[in-house]
Design a protein around this ligand. Structure first.
Ligand code: F6P
Length: 327
């Protein structure tokens, strides 16, 4: 097979996610197998503009598969939103002889990549990496499984203290626009209610659920609030509940950025390694503006624009399951 590229670059951008290092490793080692040289771009689009671009060897990616975060660092770049920034980034890539890029990140990363591809006709393949799992074109994004397990571990601990003190806990989890972490951690921990951005939250319904729990003899409860819920964050929801019924002893726990860290789970390491490999294969096959993902156990290529625009639908019926099982 004739390989079109001699040099490619890889970078991570947006919110970091456990498994990004494993994905970079997958890209580097696969490319090497095909005789393609790989460059790492530090700090995402920021480093692309600053020319912070360095050759990566096989040794550079040894011992990284189990490490959380991203050794290429990450950033959200305002400068890349300008044509001047993108032109500078393009010049830097061309100066290094780089002919294609692999972008690991979420929708912000892919939006930048898609515009860059259109303007400069520069080949790019995306790998979905975000704990939010909010990308169309892959059943799971890299980092989601690890984050979910981190959240479950934390909520299990909160349940212990909630039970000891007969308290009502509002636990806020990440997911700016998506409730995947909230919904599935809620099912996995038996939370009394789950508030997600994909559905409208009615405070009266929440109060009914809490009253019903009390009537059945429950003396503590966990309400999971996705940070993007329309009723607000966990502090807002707790205040609203207090205003409607002051009888509860309430506490709020915002899990925050701990959800983004930690050693990637087995599922994330495997997904990241597979997509790292598949991104290089996709480039070799001629993909120039696609994201690689896995759907129903099959590798799929989704045009970047579609991956950004289409919503990754959440299974709302799972809310019913969660409510039915947490009586
Ligand atoms: O990575 C996605 C995400 O975790 C969102 O759920 C969250 O709103 C956001 O990143 C926060 O990121 P940062 O604090 O890095 O801006």
């Amino acid at each position: 097979m004739k390989i079109k590229y001699k040099r490619i670059a890889v970078f991570t951008s947006g919110g970091d996610a456990p498994g990004m290092n494993a994905a970079i490793r997958g890209v580097v080692r696969t490319a090497m197998n095909f005789g393609i040289k790989v460059y790492g771009i530090n700090r995402g689009y920021e480093g692309m503009i600053d020319g912070d671009i360095h050759k990566l060897t096989s040794k550079d990616v040894s011992g990284v598969i189990q490490r959380g975060g991203t050794f290429l660092y990450s950033a959200r770049s305002k400068r890349f939103r300008t044509i001047e920034g993108r032109q500078q980034a393009y010049n830097n890539l061309i100066n290094k002889g780089i002919e294609a890029i692999v972008a690991i990140g979420g929708d912000g990363t892919f939006t930048g990549a898609s515009i860059f591809n259109e303007e400069f006709n520069f080949p790019v393949v995306g790998i979905p990496g975000t704990i939010d799992n909010d990308i169309f074109g892959s059943d799971f994004t890299i980092g989601y499984d690890t984050a979910l397990n981190t959240v479950i571990e934390a909520i299990d601990k909160i349940k212990d203290t909630a039970g000891s003190h007969n308290r009502l806990f509002f636990v806020e989890v990440m997911g700016r626009d998506a409730g995947f972490i909230a919904l599935n951690s809620g099912i996995a921990t038996g939370a009394e209610d789950i508030l997600i951005p994909e559905t409208v939250t009615y405070m009266d319904d929440l109060i009914i659920t809490l009253k019903e729990n009390k009537r059945k003899g429950k003396t503590s409860a966990i309400i999971i609030v996705s940070e993007g819920d329309d009723a607000g964050g966990a502090y807002d929801v707790a205040a609203k509940v207090k205003a409607l019924d002051s009888s509860y002893s309430t506490r709020v726990s915002v899990l925050g950025h701990m959800q983004r860290g930690g050693s990637p789970s087995a599922a994330d390491r495997i997904l990241a390694s597979t997509l790292g490999y598949e991104s290089v294969v996709a480039l070799i096959k001629g993909c120039e503006k696609d994201m690689v993902g896995i759907m129903n156990n099959k590798v799929v290529y989704t045009p970047l624009e579609k991956a950004i625009k289409e919503p990754h639908d959440i299974n709302r019926s799972k809310l019913r399951i969660a409510r039915m099982l947490s009586i």
